[in-house]
Ligand binder design. Structure first.
Ligand SMILES: C[S@@+](CC[C@H](N)C(=O)[O-])C[C@H]1O[C@@H](n2cnc3c(N)ncnc32)[C@H](O)[C@@H]1O
Length: 374
């Protein structure tokens, strides 16, 4: 794939842009195999690949320029906005919303936040596209000052972008290089975007994580589910469950499934999905994964973990090592932290591993592993 922004040197976010896709995937497999080391009893399954472009379901656009001429994209080294509305990573409906969102910024007179002078209001636009082509838009603002203007002009935006289902404001008052703050102000009655994956309705609210690449995420959930089905455990924990993707896929009659996640919003979404499906054996609770495991009276037969980049860490790895959990399905977006965690769990041996190319044009990838107690 080629990218005019990359070739012109204005955006270098996709560091592998221009490299043949097959070569990228082979490098990711090699990288992962090196980190996991020589293991005679580990079977590598063929990698999962999806489309090379238009695969990102979420755009995190920094807003620069002026209210009259907003730029949606990234900031340069001097803190000025670079417009990347033509970025090839975003799917059709999402990409088509950018010029309309830019027109809305002008219409509602939303002054972009200027990093060097710390003035202005609109910091970021966060846009998510569901598999059905519906959109969630979040305006990340420095203060509530523009909220009334956004509300006033919102009917225009809802009319201009008919796929728009969820709109909210997120407040990020401090001058920090983060994407969003803690406080969310809903602007539409609907505050949940339906993310239909493999025929299962997941629900995404603002402030919840969703796998970046819906097509590859669907394969991730399918493959993990087929491994779990083979083992047919009576009890499963889904730790770091987010909106419940793994838990809702592996739910089955007679199986007890518990999902644990720190985000209260994500747990509300997961609970909504479970009750809509009438799943009585699935329960979700907000909390820290490690603390939950350490406090539990008994361990399940199988544990799924899908932690952030830092991995599950020493404490939870040690707990798993000392527990009588027979199998762990570990889905990782950082093979380096996976390898560190594996070193703390020598009794849980990786039997299967599969690289999933969740982030084409970058060195990042997801790896799904099945660990078995020896
Ligand atoms: C890589 S995401 C995985 C989400 C989910 N499994 C999925 O498929 O969408 C990691 C999740 O871990 C959650 N998280 C972060 N720290 C946590 C902790 N200490 N305990 C439980 N969940 C945590 C995050 O909020 C995020 O939703």
């Amino acid at each position: 794939m080629r990218c005019a922004y990359f070739d012109a040197g204005v955006c270098r976010s996709c560091t592998w842009m221009g490299r043949p896709h097959g070569e990228q995937v082979a490098d990711k497999e090699r990288h992962c195999a090196d980190l996991l080391g020589e293991r005679a009893d580990l079977r590598w399954l063929p990698p999962v690949t999806g489309r090379e472009s238009r695969y990102r379901n979420k755009a995190k656009m920094v807003v620069g320029g002026s209210a009259e001429h907003p730029r949606l994209g990234i900031l340069d080294a001097g803190g000025r906005g670079i417009d990347l509305q033509g970025c090839g990573l975003y799917p059709g409906t999402l990409a088509a919303s950018f010029p309309l969102l830019a027109a809305f910024v002008t219409r509602a007179n939303l002054t972009p936040y200027d990093v060097p002078t710390r003035t202005g209001e609109l910091k970021n636009l966060l846009v998510t596209q569901s598999p059905d082509g519906e959109l969630m838009v979040r305006f990340v603002l420095r203060s509530q000052e523009p909220v009334a203007r956004i509300r006033k002009h919102l009917p225009w935006l809802l009319d201009a972008v008919p796929q728009l289902r969820v709109v909210s404001v997120n407040l990020l008052p401090d001058h920090r290089a983060v994407l969003e703050g803690d406080r969310e102000i809903p602007l539409t009655e609907t505050q949940t975007l339906r993310m239909r994956v493999n025929g299962i309705d997941l629900h995404l609210r603002p402030q919840s994580f969703f796998q970046t690449n819906t097509e590859v995420a669907a394969a991730l959930y399918r493959h993990a589910t087929s491994w779990v089905e083979e083992l047919a455990p009576a009890s499963v924990w889904d730790l770091y469950c987010g909106v419940g993707g793994f838990a809702l896929h592996v739910a089955a009659p007679g199986r007890e499934v518990v999902g644990i996640e720190t985000s209260v919003e994500a747990i509300a979404s997961a609970t909504q999905s479970a009750s809509a499906r009438g799943l009585s054996g699935v329960r979700f609770a907000a909390g820290d994964a490690t603390q939950f495991a350490l406090a539990a009276e008994s361990a399940p037969e199988l544990v799924i973990v899908n932690p952030p980049r830092r991995g599950i860490g020493d404490e939870l790895s040690r707990w798993l090592e000392d527990s009588d959990v027979r199998h762990v399905v570990y889905s990782s977006c950082n093979a380096a932290s996976l390898a560190r965690d594996l070193a703390v769990m020598p009794s849980l041996r990786p039997r299967r591993a599969q690289v999933l190319d969740m982030f084409p044009q970058t060195p990042h990838y997801e790896v799904l592993t099945l660990l078995e107690r020896v």
